[in-house]
Design a protein around this ligand. Sequence first.
Ligand SMILES: Cc1cc2nc3c(=O)[nH]c(=O)nc-3n(C[C@H](O)[C@H](O)[C@H](O)COP(=O)(O)OP(=O)(O)OC[C@H]3O[C@@H](n4cnc5c(N)ncnc54)[C@H](O)[C@@H]3O)c2cc1C
Length: 501
Amino acid sequence: MSLKYLQSSRKLGVSPEIIERLKSVLGEENVSTDWTERFMYARSLAWPFLMKYPDVVVRPHTPMDVAQILRIANREKIPVVAKGGIGEGASVPLEGGILIDLTTLNKIDIHPEDKVVVVEAGASWHQMLAELRKYDLTVPIWPTYESAAVASAAFVNPSHGYGSTRYGVVADLCIGVEVAFPNGELLRTGALANEETEFGVFYRYPNGPEFTGLFTQIESNFGVITRLAFKTIDFKKEWLACQYFTFRRDQIDECGKAIFSLVRHEIFDVHFNDRWWVLPAIWEGVVKEMPEDAWFHISIINFGRTDAELRAQEEICRMVMNKYGGKENIEAAERLVGPTRWTPTYEKSNTEPWPAWNLVGHDSWGSRNTRNSGMWLTTSQHFPYRFFKEVYEHHEKIAKEVGIWNERYLPWHDSFACRDSFKTETFVMYNPYDPEDLSKVGEYYIKFFPKIVKMGASFHGLTIQFHGREAMEKLGPLYEWMKKLRDQIDPNHIMNPGTLF
Ligand SMILES: Cc1cc2nc3c(=O)[nH]c(=O)nc-3n(C[C@H](O)[C@H](O)[C@H](O)COP(=O)(O)OP(=O)(O)OC[C@H]3O[C@@H](n4cnc5c(N)ncnc54)[C@H](O)[C@@H]3O)c2cc1C
């Protein structure tokens, strides 16, 4: 993102006539120019210093509503951005204009006989999983944001979550999308293109080239996704069981090899943290038996539909950890992740879509770590497993240089070992009202990104607009092709300008 967006106060404005036209399409109650509402939508969760007001906030209730909003915006050359549940940067309306609040577009339609769910863009991922549980089904990627993020953002980012070690990222399980374009057209891709036939929505490749992947990481460029279809799998909470292993700091090579070996064994979920992440749990006495030299922490969720299958998964994990020198910690599995065998006492609530255990919610690591430090900023990127050590030590070096490698800033790693890549998030806890903290955090970011951008990192969408154009330009001719495609689909460049292009 260019600095001009932080500095300029330019606003295009939307005329009263356009507001009236939007009201006539959507109904008065679904169009707001109220200052308080615009203020609320001007914010980004991850980047509190970035505030840009939309001129008008609109709430569609059908895919056709979205198409009509885009047609009006396109005719009048008004910028448009779609916003999900919380937002982490790329849904701040950098040039004002129309902000589409997707959360009113939230129907969920389950086809258990085909193991498919069709969901509107603004239904929360969490709500979709909760509905699927009624049929003992799930989409087996469970991010930690619970009800805060919407299904289309989970696809666009694309989200990773518990389950990503075996199943990849959310977009890998998507079999079709419906997209509204600036000319008011609605297009269905993949399995959704087959929706009107007798066989219906069942298979991603319906005949001819398949375009669903074109709409990942669009960040409201090209168009707005209105509906998505996902494949599901059979799921019961009883089929999960947790393990926990630690490594010393000098075992970084062995730790990286152990993680990659578990990925190759298709363990359901493997999660990586370092000691900074676990310190608040030690301070609060949540875990008591944590060796002083336990620096790297591996949480494992096994998934087996019979006890024999679960035991086999656990044995594989122990075999790998024995080979590389990881130490098992049963207390930490139970207290920081979840039960080593499911029991009803671990249920937080029977409406939870997956057990969640000690991983999310008010008594989980997120709340505990924030309580013990401050607000967090993250980086979030994918890279190949063989760079595990180099990326870890790059973060460590920069954090030491800027003076945040200490308990005050808890600069931890929180990483999802995904099927096809290692997705690491580096965190810095800071006080957003302290200028010295802001300057340290800024310096960390400025020093952290260039090296990994140059090495070829793929960024998780949440902060994509902050990596500079280099992250896009590394794509070479593909980026040029994207620009040509944009000129065709969005000739007036109204879709979230200033983000990808
Ligand atoms: C506590 C917490 C935990 C988190 N844990 C995880 C995690 O485990 N895994 C993970 O992957 N992420 C995680 N995140 C990050 C999360 O993925 C992002 O915050 C995500 O962007 C939130 O989605 P949202 O619904 O707020 O959508 P937004 O942030 O508003 O949208 C994301 C981007 O997608 C675009 N977009 C959204 N919907 C559409 C659409 N229909 N058509 C076109 N473009 C669209 C938006 O314009 C924006 O550019 C976490 C965040 C928090 C706060």
